[in-house]
Ligand binder design. Structure first.
Ligand SMILES: Cc1ncc(COP(=O)(O)O)c(C=O)c1O
Length: 450
């Protein structure tokens, strides 16, 4: 192991000092686990940002990066999009939070109902986790049942974390292993039950075993790979047979695949679906949509917050949705994803590195085809480290946005050529440990396929 490990690279000295100060003031150092610097090349990747524009961000040390994580998926048009930001600024001039309902609440509802196939009624939140919690509350309230079957990641709230109160922690396969459900009421045990992706038999068995007790199936319809033929239709058939509400969590897929989300592409219209992140190009906003028969009982439920009708989020969502359609963002993203996949895979094969970039073009990922899990993690980290030094910030999976274009692809593929050469030489000469300037990254999210 290199003696350089755990030392900080001189390019991020300010970030590094700020991070250690933050650890004293902010438990965990940051608000989002996916932003923890140990998820990247710890001591080499940037930690604190100052600004972003288009496809790029700048850190507190003055380094410029192409951001291949797009605000952990929240940025869809690009950082500081002029159209969205202009709309937001002009709304700020007219006031943001009122004692009566603002007209934008209705205008956005009409846009959503005209856009999203399952949307007949809508509610708003400020984040994705909140939107999932509201959807689950509505499903429980509408059906009068308590249990929830889930697949994928759905935020931090008690209803979801309750899954880890069971003897076999339910989140191991859907989030990451080792999460203690600290602070989650023990009385919620057995109320949130995980089911594996692409396994209709197990889902059917779970529904049979909990017959009459399940309020909803909530799932990420897919993440890095498009769903296998017939799978989502099979989930819907089971949901209908058991009279259970089907909720798609479209927070991560968002509007990258199609301008109306994923429902028309996968050919399944669920009872409800939730959106956040890219729906508002980074501004705080979440949306719960659904069929009238499922949503309307929410009028009798206590689901209420001062900030859910705040106009910055509403304006940002309305403008983003319209811009996604006007610019045909899914076509742009598809093109970038295809270039990235073919470019990275070709360079790896030319250099003789066992790596391939694959998955859905809207969310591709780089896979090192190495059996040994420890070596694989080290290669992932070394890739992140060397790409960061060459001005490309990210992990081995890519969140795309519509400001990434030819310049970003060219710079990234040049950086990848140098990086892959270092990795291939390191593998051949058995020197990966020496090349690492940091501890191997911690693998957090392992849900679904990636
Ligand atoms: C599918 C999915 N659902 C819910 C969430 C939670 O969203 P937020 O972080 O805005 O609470 C995320 C966040 O990554 C997500 O990917």
């Amino acid at each position: 192991m290199s003696t350089a490990q755990n030392r900080v690279n001189s390019r991020i000295t300010k970030s590094w000092a700020m991070y250690h100060r933050a650890l004293e003031l902010i438990p965990g150092g940051t608000q989002l686990i996916s932003r923890r610097p140990t998820r990247f090349a710890f001591g080499v990747s940037p930690i604190f940002a100052t600004r972003g524009k288009g496809a790029r961000i700048w850190d507190v040390d003055g380094n410029e990066y192409i951001d291949w994580v797009s605000g952990i998926g929240a940025i869809l048009l690009g950082y500081a999009d002029p159209v969205v930001d202009e709309a937001v600024k002009s709304q700020i001039d007219q006031g943001t939070n009122f004692s009566i309902t603002h007209e934008l609440e209705l205008e956005l509802a009409e846009e959503l109902v005209a856009t999203i196939p399952c949307a007949e009624m809508v509610r708003y939140t400020r984040s994705g986790g909140e939107a999932c919690a509201v959807a689950v509350r509505i499903a429980r309230g509408t059906t009068g049942r308590d249990k929830i079957l889930f697949c994928g990641y759905h935020g931090w709230h008690d209803w979801y974390m309750a899954s880890n109160l069971s003897a076999e922690p339910g989140l191991d396969e859907h989030l990451f292993s080792g999460i203690e459900p600290i602070g989650v009421p023990r009385s919620l045990k057995e109320t949130a039950i995980p089911f594996p992706y692409n396994d209709l038999n197990t889902l059917g068995e779970l529904l049979d075993r909990n017959r009459g007790e399940v309020a909803a199936i909530i799932m990420e319809p897919f993440r890095s790979e498009l769903p296998p033929d017939g799978y989502l239709a099979g989930v819907q058939r089971l949901a209908r047979e058991h009279d259970v509400i089907l909720i798609f969590d479209e927070v991560t897929t968002g509007f990258r695949l199609a301008t109306d989300g994923i429902q028309s592409v996968v050919g399944v219209v669920p009872d409800m679906s939730v959106f956040a992140k890219s729906i508002s190009n980074g501004y705080a906003m979440g949306v719960v949509t659904g069929k009238q028969e499922v949503m309307s009982p929410a009028a009798q439920m206590f689901i209420s917050s001062t900030y859910w009708g705040e106009t910055v989020g509403l304006t940002a969502a309305l403008t983003t949705l319209r811009e996604v359609k006007r610019r045909n963002v899914p076509a742009i993203i598809q093109h970038i994803g295809e270039q990235l996949k073919s470019g990275l895979s070709e360079i790896a094969s030319e250099i003789g590195l066992p790596a391939v970039c694959k998955g859905a073009s809207i969310h591709p990922y780089l896979e090192f085809q190495i059996d040994d899990a420890e070596t694989k993690t080290k290669l992932n980290t070394l890739y992140i480290q060397e790409m960061a030094k060459r001005g490309c910030h990210g992990y081995t999976s890519f969140y795309l946005n519509a400001s990434q274009g030819d310049a970003e692809i060219t710079q990234t593929l040049e950086a990848a050529r140098e990086t892959f050469t270092i990795l291939a030489d390191g593998l051949n000469e058995n020197r990966i440990d020496d090349l690492l300037e940091c501890v191997p990254k911690q693998e957090y999210f392992q849900r679904l396929v990636h």
